[in-house]
Design a protein. Structure first.
Length: 107
């Protein structure tokens, strides 16, 4: 936050910038974010999959397509001292593949 404004850090090629935005609403839950965008309340920084059908139908559209938010780290944590269950490992492998496919399809 800078002087009461929230910033979206963006990158394009070798350039970077911070887009200031006013703090009218912050939604950390996907359903709330979707509802706000679909009600026409403003812009959202989100993954494409959250609005895939709306993007396909033209109900919502991408803006600032040349810019990207910084990548996020995602970790899987397994309990220490015990082997992780086969279900947990299978789920982790599945999520890894889904995210890799999403990254490839967005390029």
């Amino acid at each position: 936050m800078l002087d009461g404004r929230y910033l979206w850090p963006l990158a394009r090629d070798r350039a970077s910038a911070c887009l200031p935005r006013t703090q009218s609403a912050v939604e950390l839950v996907a359903d709330g974010l979707r509802s706000a965008v679909l009600a026409g309340l403003g812009l959202a920084a989100s993954s494409g999959w959250l609005f895939s059908s709306e993007l396909a139908s033209g109900q919502v559209r991408r803006v600032m397509q040349d810019w990207a938010l910084p990548p996020l780290e995602l970790s899987a944590v397994f309990p220490t001292g015990r082997l992780a269950s086969a279900k947990a490992r299978t789920f982790t492998t599945y999520i890894e593949q889904v995210l890799q496919n999403a990254r490839t399809s967005e390029k």
